[in-house]
Design a protein around this ligand. Structure first.
Ligand code: ZN
Length: 70
C-alpha cells in the first residue's frame, strides 16, 4: 500500500506487528481470538476481541484470530 514511500536506508516505517512487535510490511488486520480448553482438553474459541490489530504472517500462522477484513 504505502511501502514504496519509504526509502530502503531510511528509518523503519513504523509498521510493527501488534502481537510480536516485529517490523513487517505484510501486516494484516485481525481480531485476536482467545481459546479455552473444554473438559476434554480440546481448545475452542472462547472470545473474539473487538479491537482490530495488525499482525505479521508469522503471528497469523501461530495464533488464533479472525480476519478483520477491510
Ligand atoms: Zn507478529
Amino acid at each position: 500500500m504505502y511501502r514504496s514511500a519509504v526509502p530502503k536506508n531510511g528509518p523503519p516505517p513504523g509498521a510493527t506487528c501488534e502481537s510480536c512487535g516485529g517490523v513487517d510490511d505484510a501486516l494484516e488486520p485481525v481480531h485476536r481470538v482467545y481459546l479455552e480448553a473444554d473438559e476434554d482438553g480440546n481448545l475452542r474459541p472462547a472470545r473474539t476481541m473487538p479491537e482490530v490489530e495488525r499482525w505479521c504472517p508469522v503471528c497469523r500462522a501461530q495464533y488464533p484470530h479472525e480476519p478483520a477484513g477491510d
